[in-house]
Design a protein around this ligand. Structure first.
Ligand SMILES: *[C@@H]1O[C@H](CO)[C@@H](O)[C@H](O)[C@H]1NC(C)=O
Ligand SMILES: *[C@@H]1O[C@H](CO)[C@@H](O)[C@H](O)[C@H]1NC(C)=O
Ligand SMILES: *[C@@H]1O[C@H](CO)[C@@H](O)[C@H](O)[C@H]1NC(C)=O
Ligand SMILES: *[C@@H]1O[C@H](CO)[C@@H](O)[C@H](O)[C@H]1NC(C)=O
Ligand SMILES: *[C@@H]1O[C@H](CO)[C@@H](O)[C@H](O)[C@H]1NC(C)=O
Ligand SMILES: *[C@@H]1O[C@H](CO)[C@@H](O)[C@H](O)[C@H]1NC(C)=O
Ligand SMILES: *[C@@H]1O[C@H](CO)[C@@H](O)[C@H](O)[C@H]1NC(C)=O
Length: 746
C-alpha cells in the first residue's frame, strides 16, 4: 500500500535497506503463475532437473532469492517443466530460452458434467478376460473419489499389480484406498483453489466418483436414485483398478494441477487415462491436457477426454489434439420425465429428476408475474422468477411457473417457501437435471404457454408435480449439449472422434456432496444421475480398457482406431450428425475384432507436427532428441499428414474446389491372410478414389498403404457438410472410415 505513494527512486532507496522479504512481498502480488514446459525429461540421470529450473528462473528474474520463492513446483517424473510466479516480461524471457518449448499463464478449466453399457451391446454376459482386466489400471483426473460406495467394493480383488508405483494419500474425509481403488492423490499447487474443499483425495463434488465408477466400477444390482433409473450400475471393465488424481476443486481445475496429475499418473503406471475437463482450445503446447496426453501416448497410455458441453453450436469442440480420444455424448434409450397434473384436468410432461413424492392433493399454482414484489429491487425479471424479484407471501406453499431465467429457479422458489416450480425453456431440452424441490422443465412455446394461459384464466389455478419416472425413447442420438466440430487447431483432423453414452447416466456419487450440488439440499446419496460429455469420456475409456484386455500390446492409436472403425453411425436432430458424433457410438464388443487398424507411432506424430509448422527445435525437445531437424523426419504426406481413422477436409472458402489426397496405412490384426475390398460411399458432389481398392494381406501384422483422392467442384451454396465413407470389407470385417467435407459460410 505504502509503496504506491512513493516516487520510484525513493522506493528503490527505501527497499535497498529493507529486508528482501519485503521486496518479494510487494513483487509477488503482481506475479502470476506461468507454466514453463520443457518437453521430454533429460536422458542423463545425473542431470539435476530442479537445479536447472532454478538457474533458468534466476536468469529470467535476475535475483536468486526471488527466483526461489517464485517457483511453485517442478515437474519431472514423466516430462520436464515447472510452474513459477512471473511478471509478463520474465515469462517472455523464459520463452526465448533454448530449453523451453512453451510458457503460458495458468488458467482454470471446468468440469464437463445403468443401463448404458447394455445399450451399447455390452451385456453382463459379454466375453471377458477378467484376469487380464484385473491388471489394467485406469487413471482418472477429476474431483477426487468417495471410496466407501458399493461400486468400489474390493471383495475378491487381489493386491494391486506388481508394477504399480502409485500411492494412497490420505487426509480429511479420506482414510484409505482398497484393492479396487488402488491409488489416490491430490494436487493443489494453486492455493486459492483449496478454500472450501477437503485437502485430500476426497470427492467434494461427486463428479470424480461418478466418472471413475462409470469407467471401472464393480457391478451393483438394484442401484437407483430414490428408485429412479433402477438397474445394475457397473463400469466398462469391472475387474480393472482405479487410480484417482484429484486436480479439480470447487473453483475449477488449474492447468498446473492437471499437469501435475499427468506427471504422476504416467510415472505411477496407469494404463489408460480419462479426463472429463476442458476449456477453450489452445495450441497443443500451451494446453496442459494436450501436453499430458502426448507424454502419456509416448508411454503407450491412451487418454480419452470429454468433447465439451457447448453444443449444438458448431466449432465448440474441445480437447482436439490428434493423440487424444475426443468423446461426444450420446443418449441412451431412456428419458426421465416428470408429469405435472393441472387443476383443469390436463397433464403436461416435462424433463427433470424429481425424487419427491407429492402429497395426495393439489397445490395452488401461480407465475412469476403474479408473485412479483412490486417494490422489490431485484435486478432480474419476475417473469423468470429471478433472485430478489418475487414476494415471499405470494410464493409460499405454491407451485410457481417461471419463464426462462438463470437455471436456479428451484433454489429460489425453495428459499421463498414455495411448493414447486415449472420452468419454461426456449431451447431444446433433452437431458434431465436434479432439482432441490418438486420441479420440471417444459418447452416454453408449447406446454409452458398452455400452463401460463391456464394460470391467467382462473383465480384459483392448481397443479401437482409427480415423482419422475423413466420412459423408453428412440435412441441413440447425439445429445444436443454435446460440443460439435469442426475445429481450427488442426483443421483436417475431424473432432469429436466418436460418441459414448453421456445423458442421464446413473453412477456412483460422493456422500460429501448433495445430489444437486446445492448446500441447501439435504439429500446425500451414493448413486446419482448426471449428464454431460464428462459422463461419455469414462464410457469410452472403459471400452478402450476392454479392448486392451484382449490386445495388451496395441498402441493407443490402434485401440482408438478399433473403437472408431467399428462404431455405429449416429443421428442428430440437426443436419450435422457427423460433426457432432464423429465415427459414431462406440461398440466395445465389435472393437475387439476390427480386422484392420490405422496405427500411428511417435515418428508419425512428429512428422505431423513438422507439417503443421511447429518449430523443429521444440519438436526435438518433445521427443528428447537434440538438434532435431524436420528435414530428417520422414515427411508427412497428404492433406492431413496423419494416418487418422477418419478422412476430413475443411475447405477454406465457399467457392474452393475440392482437391485433396489422404495417405493411409492399415495393419492386419485379423486372421493371417485376408483380402479386403474398398466399398466407397461418396459424399454428395464429391468423387472419391481409393488407390488401390483391393488390399491383399499375406500375414498377420502386415501393413499396406493406400490413398484416398477427393475431387469435385465447389460445394452447392446451401451445403455446409457432405459426408460419405470408405469401408474395407472382407468376409468377416467391415472397417469403416467416415469421410467429411466441411465448407465455411463465406
Ligand atoms: C467429513 O469429515 C468431517 C470432519 O471430520 C466429519 O464431521 C464428517 O462427518 C465427514 N463426512 C462424512 C460424509 O463422512
Ligand atoms: C395424469 O398423470 C397422472 C400421474 O401420472 C395420472 O395418474 C393421470 O391418470 C393422468 N391423467 C390424464 C388425464 O392423463
Ligand atoms: C419486497 O422487496 C423489498 C425490497 O427489496 C423487501 O424489503 C421486501 O421484504 C420484499 N417483500 C417481500 C414480501 O418479500
Ligand atoms: C399471463 O399474464 C401475464 C400477466 O398479465 C402476461 O405477462 C403473460 O403474457 C400471460 N400469459 C400468456 C400465455 O398469455
Ligand atoms: C437440413 O437439410 C435439409 C436439406 O438440405 C434442409 O431442408 C433442412 O432445413 C436442414 N435442417 C436444418 C435443421 O438445418
Ligand atoms: C525455433 O525456436 C528457436 C528458439 O526460440 C529459434 O532459435 C529457432 O530459430 C526456431 N527455429 C525455427 C526453424 O524457426
Ligand atoms: C451461390 O452464391 C453465389 C454468391 O453468393 C451466387 O452468385 C450464386 O448465384 C449462387 N448460386 C446458386 C445456385 O444459388
Amino acid at each position: 500500500m505504502m509503496s504506491q505513494n512513493l516516487p520510484l527512486p525513493l522506493l528503490l532507496l527505501f527497499c535497498f535497506f529493507c529486508s528482501p522479504i519485503l521486496i518479494q512481498g510487494s513483487n509477488q502480488d503482481e506475479r502470476k503463475p506461468y507454466i514453463v514446459y520443457m518437453g521430454e525429461l533429460p536422458e542423463t540421470r545425473s542431470y539435476a532437473v530442479e537445479d536447472h529450473h532454478h538457474n533458468l528462473l534466476t536468469a529470467a528474474i535476475g535475483n536468486k532469492k526471488l527466483a526461489r520463492v517464485s517457483k511453485i513446483h517442478s515437474y519431472g517424473k514423466s516430462f520436464n517443466g515447472f510452474v513459477a510466479r512471473l511478471l509478463p516480461h520474465e515469462a517472455k524471457k523464459l520463452q526465448e530460452e533454448e530449453n523451453v518449448v512453451s510458457v503460458f499463464p495458468n488458467t482454470r478449466q471446468k468440469l464437463h458434467t445403468t443401463r448404458s453399457w447394455d445399450f451399447i451391446g455390452m451385456t453382463k454376459k459379454v466375453k471377458r478376460r477378467s484376469n487380464i482386466e484385473s491388471h489394467i489400471i485406469v487413471g482418472v483426473l477429476d474431483t477426487g473419489i468417495w471410496v466407501d460406495c458399493p461400486s468400489f467394493n474390493d471383495k475378491g480383488y487381489g493386491p494391486p499389480p506388481r508394477r504399480w508405483k502409485g500411492k494412497c494419500v490420505t487426509g480429511a474425509n479420506f482414510t484409505a484406498c482398497n484393492n479396487k481403488v488402488i491409488g489416490a492423490k491430490y494436487f493443489n499447487l494453486d492455493p486459492v483453489s483449496q478454500m472450501p474443499d477437503n485437502i485430500s483425495p476426497a470427492d467434494d463434488q461427486g463428479h470424480g466418483t461418478h466418472t471413475s465408477s462409470t469407467a471401472a466400477g464393480v457391478a451393483v444390482e438394484d442401484a437407483s436414485l430414490y428408485g429412479i433409473g433402477k438397474g445394475t450400475a457397473r463400469g466398462g471393465v469391472p475387474s480393472a483398478r482405479i487410480a484417482m488424481y484429484k486436480v479439480c476443486w470447487t473453483v475449477g481445475c488449474s492447468d498446473m494441477d492437471m499437469l501435475a496429475g499427468f506427471d504422476e499418473a504416467i510415472a505411477d503406471g496407469v494404463n489408460l487415462i480419462s479426463v472429463s475437463i476442458g476449456g477453450p482450445s489452445r495450441e497443443f503446447f500451451n494446453d496442459p491436457i494436450a501436453i499430458g496426453a502426448f507424454h502419456a501416448m509416448k508411454r503407450g497410455i491412451l487418454t480419452s477426454c470429454s468433447a465439451g458441453n457447448d453444443g449444438p453450436h458448431l466449432s465448440t469442440v474441445e480437447n482436439v489434439a490428434p493423440w487424444i480420444l475426443t468423446v461426444a455424448a450420446s443418449t441412451v434409450d431412456r428419458q426421465f420425465t416428470t408429469v405435472v397434473s393441472l387443476g383443469n384436468g390436463k397433464n403436461t410432461t416435462g424433463l427433470s429428476i424429481n425424487t419427491f413424492c407429492p402429497e395426495q392433493k393439489m397445490y395452488p399454482l401461480t407465475n412469476g408475474v403474479l408473485a412479483a414484489n412490486g417494490t422489490g429491487d431485484g435486478y432480474g425479471n419476475p417473469i423468470s422468477c429471478d433472485y430478489g424479484t418475487l414476494q415471499k407471501d405470494k410464493v409460499q406453499g405454491k407451485i410457481v411457473y417461471c419463464l426462462g431465467g438463470m437455471g436456479n429457479q428451484d433454489l429460489i422458489i425453495k428459499e421463498l417457501g414455495g411448493a414447486g416450480t415449472i420452468i419454461g425453456l426456449d431451447n431444446r431440452i433433452d437431458d434431465s437435471y436434479n432439482v432441490v424441490i418438486p420441479a420440471t422443465f417444459v418447452e416454453a412455446n408449447t406446454d409452458g404457454r398452455d400452463i401460463d394461459l391456464y394460470i391467467n384464466s382462473t383465480k384459483d389455478a392448481t397443479a401437482v408435480i409427480h415423482k419422475t419416472t423413466s420412459t423408453k425413447i428412440p435412441a441413440p442420438f447425439v445429445a444436443s449439449f454435446s460440443s460439435r466440430g469442426p475445429q481450427f487447431i488442426n483443421p483436417n483432423i475431424l473432432k469429436p472422434d466418436l460418441a459414448a453414452p453421456g445423458q442421464d447416466i446413473l453412477a456412483a456419487f460422493s456422500k460429501l456432496a448433495t445430489i444437486t450440488g446445492y448446500p441447501q439440499d439435504s439429500r446425500y446419496e451414493v448413486y446419482n444421475i448426471l449428464s454431460g460429455t464428462s459422463m461419455a469420456s469414462p464410457h469410452a475409456i472403459g471400452a478402450a480398457a476392454y479392448v486392451k484386455s484382449f490386445h495388451p500390446d496395441w498402441s493407443p492409436a490402434a485401440i482408438k482406431s478399433a473403437l472408431m472403425t467399428t462404431a455405429t453411425p449416429l443421428k442428430t436432430s440437426d443436419n450435422f450428425s457427423e460433426l457432432a458424433a464423429g465415427a459414431g457410438q462406440i461398440n466395445p464388443a465389435g472393437a475387439v475384432h476390427p480386422g484392420l487398424v490405422y496405427d500411428i507411432r511417435i515418428d508419425s506424430y512428429v512428422a505431423f507436427l513438422c507439417k503443421q509448422g511447429y518449430n523443429a527445435t521444440n519438436i526435438g525437445m518433445l521427443i528428447g532428441t537434440k538438434n532435431f531437424d524436420c528435414a530428417s523426419a520422414k515427411l508427412a504426406q497428404g492433406t492431413d499428414g496423419l494416418n487418422y481413422p477418419t478422412v476430413h477436409l475443411q475447405l477454406m472458402s465457399a467457392n474452393e474446389k475440392i482437391s485433396a489426397v489422404f495417405h493411409r496405412r492399415v495393419t492386419n490384426v485379423g486372421y493371417g491372410t485376408a483380402t479386403y475390398k474398398a466399398k466407397v460411399t461418396a459424399p454428395e458432389g464429391v468423387s472419391v478414389q481409393v488407390i488401390p481398392d483391393t488390399l491383399v494381406f499375406s500375414g498377420l501384422h502386415q501393413e499396406l498403404s493406400f490413398k484416398v483422392v477427393l475431387k469435385g467442384p465447389p460445394m452447392a451454396n446451401e451445403t455446409r457438410v457432405s459426408t460419405g465413407s470408405i469401408e474395407w470389407q472382407d468376409s468377416k470385417h467391415n472397417v469403416r472410415s467416415l469421410i467429411l467435407v466441411y465448407k465455411p459460410m463465406l
